[in-house]
Design a protein around this ligand. Structure first.
Ligand code: SUG
Length: 441
């Protein structure tokens, strides 16, 4: 069997990161709306996490921030002519559209695509299905940009297929790997795929009055699984509970996570949870010849509200070069007694979990993005890894070049009024071009 490795791809946080209050169903984004942001601190926090993962012997890739404002997108909406006038008119007609055009939400790369590993697919290729992110105006801009970036990243890598997103429309709304989990044996084989959807868009669903709308449709999940060339007996489709979505769980990775044969999930994560876990355990053990380690966190141990405020489930679990597991948790987990007692229980149950690290990602967290939101996992073999462009890999040299640009050029204070300034827009584009050169060099 070929030896497989898990790589992480993070999107570098862009110079126009701000708090637009744009995230549908996203409590942190709602609460941070119109606060002043600090793009420099945000980008350095994200880069610190990339360096940490890289220091564990894990290949860490980065994607450059697409240029903002998205002038082409604004033009398509009818905002043509002199750029200074475009910004003023857009601010006048819809500040939301202006904020969307400047959005740095591409930083949350877990939403960029869904992946299937070559050892699991019907044609022995690794597949990436780019997400349309059509539940959010500001995020739907990302899908074409991501498709181009992924095509370029994997252009010379054998046995990789990058697929464009599903059509962008409400019945096909797809949020990428943030709503998927792959369970596998150590060394990455025998994958079973869990696709978590918020709604089946059936008549009873549409009649329910909900505080927050579900972002992922069942139909999209089914079509993504099909594009990924996965046999049906490797796929499981399970619905998120409406109470979790209403509490601010806008993606599955806010309420459940997985790594190799470990599945961590909250009691209120899934509809008909016990039945789903039984079926998954049975299929997993017959395929992988080992047991699924399914660990449930009870609502009495950690309430839904605290799961959302600490982002425990958005911790990033990785295997280091010695085979030990590391769990990279948001720093908010450190201050929570409930999370700390759960982590003690987890360490007793999972001896391979060697260390817990805490990372400060305040700027991303204030918009609803924790450590795992910032990365997309892909599984490749050695031969494929060798064909990746070197300049997209976080080495000390690449990290140093990115850090110099961030420290010299990124703004430290951005509010909505800055978005109307043409000099702010021009400078942001200049920074994006500099980073694109590092990526492409
Ligand atoms: O889609 N926030 C993102 C956060 C995405 C987190 N990703 C995962 N859970 N995988 C979202 O809601 C806020 C942008 C703003 O309000 O300016 C935002 O888009």
């Amino acid at each position: 069997m070929s030896s497989l490795r898990e790589l992480n791809i993070d999107g570098l946080i862009g110079p126009t990161h701000h708090f637009g209050g744009l995230g549908v169903g996203n409590k942190a984004s709602e609460e941070s709306q119109h606060r002043a942001s600090n793009p420099r601190a945000a980008a350095l926090e994200g880069l610190y996490k990339m360096r940490l993962v890289s220091s564990l012997g894990i290949t860490q890739l980065f994607l450059p921030p697409p240029a903002r404002p998205a002038w082409g997108w604004l033009e398509n909406l009818g905002f043509t002519g002199d750029r200074g006038d475009v910004l003023a008119r857009c601010a006048d007609i819809s500040p939301t559209v202006l904020s969307a055009a400047y959005s740095s939400a591409f930083m949350w790369t877990a939403n960029a695509a869904t992946m299937s590993a070559a050892t699991d697919t019907m044609d022995d290729c690794m597949h990436l299905k780019v997400a349309n992110l059509s539940a959010n105006l500001h995020r739907s801009i990302e899908s074409e940009e991501r498709h181009q970036q992924m095509c370029s990243l994997f252009a010379n890598v054998p046995r990789v297929r990058v697929h464009p997103a599903l059509l962008s429309c409400a019945p096909l709304r797809d949020e990428g790997a943030a709503n998927g989990m792959r369970l596998c044996s150590p060394f990455g084989h025998d994958g079973c795929y869990v696709f978590v959807y918020g709604s089946d868009d059936g008549p009873s669903e549409l009649q329910q009055s909900r505080r927050r709308p579900p972002r992922q449709s069942k139909l999209a999940s089914q079509l993504v699984a099909q594009s990924l060339q996965l046999p049906s007996d490797r796929c499981f489709f399970v619905q998120q509970t409406p109470e979790a979505i209403d509490a601010g769980v806008f993606h599955n990775d806010v309420i459940a996570t997985s790594h190799e044969n470990l599945l961590l999930y909250h009691e209120q994560a899934f509809v008909d949870s016990a039945n789903f876990i039984d079926q998954l355990s049975e299929q997993f053990s017959s395929r992988a010849k080992e047991s699924l380690l399914a660990i449930q966190i009870h609502a009495s141990e950690l309430s839904l509200a605290e799961a959302v405020s600490t982002y425990l489930f958005n911790s990033q679990i990785v295997t280091d070069s010695d085979g030990g597991w590391r769990m990279i948790c948001p720093s908010a987990c450190q201050a929570s007694d409930s999370v700390q007692s759960f982590l003690a229980r987890l360490r007793r149950a999972v001896p391979t979990l060697k260390q817990i690290d805490y990372v400060h990602l305040q700027q991303s967290m204030a918009n609803g993005g924790g450590p795992a939101c910032l990365r997309l996992r892909v599984i490749l073999d050695e031969e494929q890894i060798h064909q990746l462009p070197k300049s997209s890999i976080i080495t000390e040299d690449v990290a140093h070049r990115l850090q110099s640009i961030i420290e010299a050029e990124y703004p430290t204070h951005v509010t909505m009024s800055d978005l109307m300034r043409l000099d702010f827009a021009t400078h942001a584009e200049h920074i994006a071009n500099q980073i694109a050169r590092v990526w492409g060099s």
